[in-house]
Every structure is written in structure tokens, then in C-alpha cells.
Design a protein around this ligand. Structure first.
Ligand code: CO
Length: 459
């Protein structure tokens, strides 16, 4: 039996442990070595990398991708995409989604992991279709959660839809790290039974301490590809360690095509960087510790951290326990959406509002209203009829595909940008993160003018 590895060092480990603040220059010297490790793929883009590059690192995310590709020609480069939301928090029209996917592939992406917070296939169809059209691998991913409406049958149904849409692999995305070994066993068996010819990928986090056990059970149940992180950036809110699972699984007789010496070189390279982030305070001890709260509250670690920060800001941290009890109630009222971006933030904020105002749904955020109107897709379960009535009155919820109601946006953005955009990639950066991209373009232009001036002086 063979098990393959997706290395998450450059994306999820980077995002989960150090808020995606590793600049390209920091890891450039190790890329050619990483290319020799034998990974199935290297997750290096999407998620928060795009925003962090523009906002904090003064890097063009597209250029980062092209540079990684040039140094890693033998490894499949992978990105994470939130379906119709791309890398943002709202739905984009289809012209934007299609061009974004096409350009991602043109600039170096080989595998796109595509998921939707509500597991609504209508939010996944266009990005999957465009991925396939451009010759990349579409990995349709299930946003995993537990609730009375999230049954094995529902997950199997979604996996079959992914297959029908042409996905070449199926992913299980356990963003909160709450999947138990028994759940992994049942889900992997059910999916292997339903779509036996598609490789199965498991993505989880060490947050609750469950990940190594869950991965082992998943692999023994037939999971083909696992997500892991170079050991010095593994554990805690990141993925389990690549080297550890390589040794453990090889010892059990699984064929893992990784090069042990290269793995060591990669880890040795990143260790001083980890220590640097520890010293600067960017990497916190808590991020590397085991936190079992997510198991009892069923709330992802990142969402807890955000809530604590928000409550502290409002001098209301003594309401934390009430807010934690309120989250599952809000989630139930909304038909049990999985707590993944952007739903995790929306549910968390509404729960805090309900608690602080001392009355449930006295204030309802505009995002939650949009959700109840059907603008994020189909809720997994039934929305509380009283809450629905409060928001909609006698209006019926929208049941169509929300992106179909959106006007094409590319030409408008091109016109707005004029010659500040040098290429379609710029236009896409601007559509995804307008203010951040504009600031980035300004700085870039100023830098180019400076360089030009020096060149003239040098001549
Ligand atoms: Co993740």
C-alpha cells in the first residue's frame, strides 16, 4: 500500500503558526531541496497567503507563485480555494472566478483544493470546471463537521457530486482538528465504497491532539494522501509532522516515496526560522500546545482565539463562558453550518452580540441576514423558522445560485484601475482585496521609479 504526502509548510503551517508572515526571501534558499523530497504536492498558495503577501509582506502573490514554480519544477504546487468565494469572504461573479482559476494555473498551480463552507455544490461547480479546462487537478473537498444533519450519507452524496463534476481526488477537510479516529474510519470506508477510483486526501490539524491517531486510522482504512508539515513547524494548530508520519507509516509497511535525508535538510533549514519567530513573539507557545476545548465546544481553535481577542477588546471577557454556550445555539438556529471561514466568524460574532446585548437576535449582523436570505448557499439543515421570519418577514428566502445574480465584474475593475494594473493578475488582486491591492500598486510604482532613477544615474 502506498501513502503520499502533501507538505503544508509554505501555506497552512505558515498560516496556522505565524499568521502567514514568512516572506518569500526567507524560504527561497530551500525550495530546490524541497523539490527533491518526493512530496505528492506542496501546498504553497491560496488561503491567507495571497492577502498576507499584499498586506504585510509587500509581495506580489502571483510573482511569489511563479518564483516557487521556477525552483520546484518537479513537485505539484497546490492551493486552497474557497469555491465561489475564491480567497475572500463573499461570492464573486463567474467571470472573476474563471479568470482567477485560469491565472492561478498559468502562474504555476497544479492542484486546486476546492471547498465551500456550506458544502453547497452550486458554489463549487464553476471553479472545478475551470480547473479541469485548464488541465490542473481539481480536488473537491468536504468541509468536515459534526451535527445532527451531517450524516455519512450526506458526505457520500457530496463525494459523488465531486466525481460527477470531474474531480480527480476527494479531500476531507477537518479544519478544527476534531475528527476522531473512529469517525475517520467510518468516513474513509464510506467514501472508498462510494467512489473507489478516486484517491482520498485527509487534511486535519493537531489542535486537539487527535491528528496522528486520526491519520493512522484513516490510512489503515484506505486514505491515499495525507497533509503534513515539516516537523519544526508541525503540531499545535498546524499539521502533524511529515518526518514522524513517514517513519511510522514506513515502519508499518506502507510505501512512502519520500527522501529521508532531504526531509532532514528541509527541517534543519526551517528550525532557525522557527526560533527567530519564537523570539520575536510572532510564534506563541499556545499555538504549539494541545487545546482540547475544540472537542467540547466543537469550535475551531482560531475561532476561539478571535473571540477571546474581541471580548478582551470590549472589556467583556467575563462573558466568554456564556458566549461559548451560545455558539452551538446560534449554529443550530442557522441549520448547523460548518464553522469554517467565513461562517466561523459570522456565527462567533452573532453569539457574542446575543450575549452582550442580553437578548438573542436583538441585533442581527448583515452577514447573518444575507445567510438567512440564502445568499451564501443552501443551509445544511433547517433554519429556525422564527429567526427566518424575523429577518425575512413574509419574503421567501432565495433558493437559486447566488452567483447567478451577480453582474460580471472584470471589465468594470479594469476600467477603474486603468494603467495602474499592469496585467490581469493585478486586476484579480484588486477585485479580491481592493484597498490592499491599491496600496500595494502605489508602493510598487514608487519602488519602480526609484530603481529606474538609480539605473539612469548608474549609466
Ligand atoms: Co487547514
Amino acid at each position: 500500500m502506498k501513502v503520499q504526502f502533501t507538505e503544508t509548510m509554505l501555506r497552512d503551517a505558515n498560516q496556522s503558526l505565524v499568521a502567514t508572515r514568512i516572506s518569500y526571501d526567507k524560504f527561497d534558499p530551500i525550495l530546490e531541496t524541497m523539490d527533491k523530497a518526493g512530496y505528492y504536492s506542496m501546498e504553497c498558495w491560496g488561503g491567507a497567503t495571497f492577502d498576507a503577501c499584499l498586506r504585510y509582506l509587500d509581495e506580489d502573490p502571483w510573482e511569489r507563485l511563479r518564483k516557487i514554480k521556477a525552483k520546484c519544477p518537479n513537485t505539484k504546487l497546490q492551493m486552497l480555494l474557497r469555491g465561489q468565494n475564491l480567497l475572500g469572504y463573499k461570492h464573486y461573479p463567474d467571470d472573476v472566478v474563471r479568470l482567477f482559476v485560469k491565472k492561478s494555473i498559468e502562474n504555476g498551480i497544479d492542484v486546486i483544493r476546492i471547498f465551500d463552507a456550506l458544502n453547497d455544490p452550486r458554489n463549487l461547480r464553476v471553479s472545478i470546471d475551470e480547473t479541469l479546462k485548464n488541465g490542473a487537478i481539481a480536488s473537491g473537498s468536504i468541509a468536515y463537521t459534526t451535527s445532527p444533519v451531517h450524516t455519512l450519507e450526506k458526505y457520500v452524496e457530496l463525494a459523488k457530486e465531486f466525481k460527477a463534476m470531474g474531480c480527480q481526488t476527494i479531500g476531507i477537510k477537518d479544519m478544527a482538528g476534531v475528527m476522531t479516529p473512529a469517525e475517520a474510519h467510518d468516513l474513509v470506508y464510506a467514501l472508498k465504497d462510494a467512489v473507489p477510483d478516486l484517491p482520498l486526501v485527509l487534511h486535519t490539524h493537531c489542535t486537539t491532539g487527535m491528528a496522528y491517531l486520526t491519520i493512522l486510522d484513516a490510512v489503515e482504512s484506505g486514505c491515499d494522501i495525507i497533509d503534513t508539515a515539516t516537523s519544526c513547524f508541525s503540531g499545535g494548530t498546524s499539521q502533524p509532522a511529515t518526518e514522524t508520519l513517514y517513519e511510522a507509516l514506513t515502519g508499518l509497511g506502507y510505501e512512502c516515496d519520500l527522501n529521508r535525508d532531504v526531509l532532514k535538510q528541509v527541517n534543519d533549514f526551517f528550525k532557525p526560522l522557527r526560533d527567530e519567530y519564537f523570539k520575536s513573539g510572532l510564534l506563541k507557545a499556545q499555538a504549539l500546545a494541545t487545546d482540547t476545548d475544540a472537542l467540547s465546544y466543537k469550535v475551531p481553535g482560531g475561532m476561539l482565539t478571535n473571540m477571546i481577542a474581541n471580548l478582551e477588546d470590549m472589556h467583556a471577557i467575563d462573558h466568554m463562558d456564556e458566549a461559548l454556550v451560545e455558539i452551538p445555539r446560534v449554529r443550530k438556529d442557522l441549520g448547523y453550518p460548518p464553522l469554517v471561514t467565513p461562517l466561523s466568524q459570522m456565527v462567533g460574532n452573532q453569539a457574542v452580540t446575543n450575549v452582550l446585548l442580553g437578548q438573542r437576535y436583538k441585533n442581527i449582523s448583515k452577514e447573518i441576514k444575507a445567510y438567512i436570505r440564502g445568499e451564501y448557499g443552501k443551509a445544511p439543515g433547517e433554519i429556525n423558522p422564527d429567526l427566518q421570519k424575523k429577518v425575512l418577514g413574509d419574503e421567501k428566502p432565495f433558493t437559486g445560485r447566488f452567483a447567478d445574480t451577480l453582474e460580471p465584474a472584470l471589465d468594470k475593475a479594469r476600467a477603474e484601475l486603468g494603467d495602474r494594473a499592469t496585467c490581469d493578475e493585478d486586476v484579480l488582486s484588486y477585485i479580491c482585496f481592493p484597498q490592499t491591492a491599491e496600496k500595494f500598486f502605489e508602493k510598487r510604482e514608487a519602488k519602480m521609479k526609484r530603481t529606474y532613477k538609480y539605473e539612469i544615474e548608474a549609466v
